[in-house]
Design a protein around this ligand. Structure first.
Ligand code: ZN
Length: 433
């Protein structure tokens, strides 16, 4: 596996993303609750966010917004009152959505409530129980093995009550109302690659796009996994036709090669764009077929919506031993890898934004380019021949059927040359979008 690119400058976007990961890391997030709000507060320092609070009990597609979970403290204490497992040390120590408990139990009875990873005895697992009420703790196997028999005080100071599901959007208006959605889940507690790196890349991507005037309108979605995407879809069902393309960002910061998981359609424009950009930049990468498992592409690509939404990650979910464990910490993600993911996103959206179908307005024989100054403009340019060839290719394939990306595929020319040729031909009135 390749180590992602060279380290960037100390104040580059990679370092900014890593700093954001470190800042968000300690917060105990879940699918609802104050941890999500605190996370959105911090993202909101970078990007203006439209926040949404959807009440418990709201019907969203086939689901219902659950009770809101909040936690203040949790621990297991030994007979001397010493905390042997302490939520303050890691948000992973409590089974997510644990109901409150305050009792004393012998270790033999407590064991069934304790989750460990025997194969990685010094790591803490990440476990949740969103839709079945229970409680439990996660701890390292080593910690468990060191506990003598006897009574332990267990306390989880949590609440499960009517409240809200929180999510946020950031919109960058484009030249057209057609939208590209970029989605990253914000429901995981102290896990860096899954998905603080995705949040960090999305945030920097939004900042970069906002500095331009993109063609498409870009809508960034920061929502809890599954129920958040389902809630967003339920509330946007009547305007979903506007969503033309989308990308789910997850596991965006580990040192493995990039992986693009195609939309369910497999031939959506976003699929073609990512395949092209990953191949053209000669990065080691993997292209995967759609599977109905993974992140929120599952919801966006469900057959009723069938959106052209793919997913970009580095090593995919469950593809690395640190996945869903305390070893997915800020050291597991690198500034260079996040910068590399960001660079691919920027390149992909630049291509997507510029990709069009054109109609040749002078399709009977080749139009005379010299008379229109289109040859003269190439004089002395070292890429003159490539530019001329690109014009001929664009004219040839501009029948309203082929996009510029398809011209690139057929001609083998770089996208920038083909897009430049289209600009010149458009300015000369020879093609129309
Ligand atoms: Zn996960």
């Amino acid at each position: 596996m390749r180590q992602a690119g060279a380290e960037g400058p100390a104040d580059g976007p990679g370092e900014a993303m890593h700093a954001l990961v470190e800042r968000l890391y300690p917060i105990c997030r879940s699918i609802t609750g104050d941890g999500v709000r605190a996370t959105l507060d911090i993202i909101g320092e970078y990007l203006p966010l439209t926040r949404h609070e959807v009440p418990t009990g709201t019907q969203v597609l086939d689901w219902t917004v659950p009770e809101e979970w909040n936690i203040r403290d949790a621990y297991i204490a030994d007979a001397h009152g010493r905390r042997v497992v302490d939520f303050a040390a890691s948000s992973l120590h409590v089974l997510g959505y644990s109901e409150p408990v305050a009792t004393t139990l012998p270790l033999s009875e407590l064991r069934s409530r304790l989750h460990t990873l025997p194969d990685h005895p010094d790591w803490i697992p990440y476990r949740t129980s969103y839709y079945r009420r229970t409680w439990g703790f996660c701890l390292s196997q080593n910690t468990l093995d060191a506990l003598p028999d006897g009574d332990y005080e267990v306390r989880i100071d949590s609440t499960l009550a009517d409240g809200h599901l929180s999510y946020a959007e950031h919109v960058i208006p484009g030249q057209v109302p057609d939208e590209v959605i970029v989605s990253s889940h914000v429901c995981h507690p102290s896990l860096a690659n899954d998905n603080l790196a995705g949040i960090a890349v999305a945030t920097q991507l939004a900042l970069a796009l906002a500095a331009e005037t993109p063609y498409y309108t870009y809508r960034f979605l920061f929502a809890p996994g599954t129920i958040g995407a389902i809630t967003w879809l339920a509330r946007n069902q009547d305007r979903i036709d506007r969503v033309k393309h989308g990308l789910v960002l997850a596991c965006a910061g580990d040192r493995g090669a990039l992986t693009y998981k195609q939309s369910r359609r497999g031939d959506a424009e976003i699929d073609k764009v990512l395949r092209h950009v990953l191949a053209a930049t000669e990065r080691p990468h993997h292209i995967k077929e759609f599977t109905p498992y993974g992140y929120d592409e599952r919801q966006f690509c469900s057959p009723g919506f069938d959106l052209g939404v793919g997913s970009l990650s580095r090593t995919p979910y469950a593809g690395y031993p640190e996945y869903h464990t305390s070893a997915d910490n800020p050291d597991f993600v690198s500034a260079a890898a996040m910068a590399d993911t960001l660079a691919v996103c920027r390149e992909a959206f630049a291509v997507l934004d510029r990709n069009r179908r054109y109609m040749n307005l002078s399709p009977y024989g080749e139009p005379q380019l010299g008379r229109r100054g289109l040859y003269a403009s190439l004089g002395g340019r070292s890429d003159g021949q490539e530019a001329q060839l690109a014009m001929l290719w664009v004219l040839s394939l501009s029948d309203g059927e082929h996009s510029l990306l398809e011209v690139v595929d057929r001609s083998g020319l770089p996208f920038t040359a083909v897009a430049g040729a289209a600009d010149a031909l458009h300015a000369a009135g020879l093609i129309k979008a």
